[in-house]
Design a protein around this ligand. Structure first.
Ligand SMILES: CC(C)(COP(=O)(O)OP(=O)(O)OC[C@H]1O[C@@H](n2cnc3c(N)ncnc32)[C@H](O)[C@@H]1OP(=O)(O)O)[C@@H](O)C(=O)NCCC(=O)NCCS
Length: 306
């Protein structure tokens, strides 16, 4: 039970998904409107997918806040990675009708407490820099801002040539050792098992860039739920150039990624020069262990870090 009798907390169940998605859609879109950002989502449907996926993750913990009438007014999730013991939090959301009444604090506290109980090495989240309320809330719970990522979206204004010497194609099972060697350097743990699972069931197109037969960059998706690793900025440019051309041919949604912008200002200038849209900045916030990102290999985290 939360401290205020105006609401209570319980686990989110399958039957709650549509109502919880409605609340998340309203909370995020209303906030975006207040700071002049485009709507987060066109309808509750993307949140239905996100919440359902999180609920079904083997290592997940959910919390739903309901009002006195039992109606959902906010929710939050944490999802853990069993190998790295890194947990990620979100989407934290509270209905505007219940704003500033302690619901956000209660749903964050429940998740932070659970992560601690589970022995999480680190709890991570992605936070909009234009939201001082959320930033304050997370900081009070011990999250530290680690770096700012520029969230880029779009197809280049003119198709880009892949630089000579590079090949860009879809990622295959045989590429995993090369991909994992890249992932290991900035992260300090292996992603090979998860990536192998992705080659069998991940619904998004994954790409790899090769130079002299060696994997020099890959992405699990040029989408908010995908990460990118590249040996250096040239390899990133080659990967993006080749993948964006192939995605455009497939009629896929515009590619997106989170670029750690203070580490890669030149690459940020390149993104702008080829016509990509800088949608917004986000703080990557971490409670617990964190390995500072190196300049090389370059790492662009997904919304769930991995
Ligand atoms: C962010 C959000 C979850 C907060 O929920 P909420 O129920 O309104 O927040 P609460 O009332 O529990 O608490 C907010 C805390 O931040 C503090 N706070 C708010 N604005 C602040 C500011 N500018 N400076 C310092 N502290 C601030 C409040 O005092 C409170 O702290 P306290 O509990 O120690 O008093 C909610 O506004 C929301 O859903 N926003 C839209 C979606 C979103 O942006 N989610 C976060 C994604 S990263």
């Amino acid at each position: 039970m939360a401290p205020s009798s105006a609401f209570s907390l319980r686990p989110l169940e399958e039957a709650d998904i549509p109502a919880a998605a409605e609340v998340a859609c309203e909370a995020f879109n209303s906030f975006n409107e207040t700071v002049g950002l485009p709507p987060e989502v066109p309808s509750p449907d993307p949140f239905v997918e996100v919440i359902a996926a999180k609920l079904r993750s083997p290592l997940s913990f959910s919390v739903l806040a309901v009002n006195r009438e039992g109606q959902p007014i906010g929710s939050n999730f944490i999802v853990g990675d069993p190998d790295s013991k890194i947990w990620t939090m979100g989407p934290v959301n509270v209905s505007t009708k219940a704003n500033s009444a302690g619901v956000g604090r209660a749903i964050v506290k429940a998740c932070v407490d659970h992560a601690e109980k589970e022995g999480a090495k680190s709890l991570r989240l992605v936070q909009l820099t234009s939201n001082p309320k959320a930033f304050s809330l997370y900081t009070k719970f011990g999250f530290d801002p680690k770096f700012v990522a520029a969230y880029f979206e779009g197809y280049p204004s003119k198709p880009l040539e892949v630089a000579s010497g590079y090949t860009v194609r879809r990622l295959e099972e045989g590429d995993i050792p090369g991909c994992d060697a890249l992932f290991l350097a900035p992260n300090g743990y292996s992603f090979a098992k998860t990536l192998s699972g992705f080659t069998k069931g991940w619904p998004f197109p994954m790409f790899v860039a090769l130079k002299d037969g060696e994997v020099v960059a890959y992405t699990t998706a040029f989408l908010v739920m995908g990460h990118v690793v590249a040996k250096d900025e040239d390899a990133f440019v080659a990967l993006f150039s080749g993948a964006s051309a192939q995605l455009r041919e497939m009629g896929a949604p515009p590619p997106t990624f989170h670029l750690p912008v203070a580490i890669h200002p030149e690459l940020c200038r390149w993104c702008l020069s080829v016509g990509l849209k800088l949608v917004r900045h986000t703080w990557i916030m971490v409670k617990g262990e964190f390995k500072e990102l190196p300049r090389e290999p370059l790492y662009c985290p997904s919304i769930d870090w991995h």
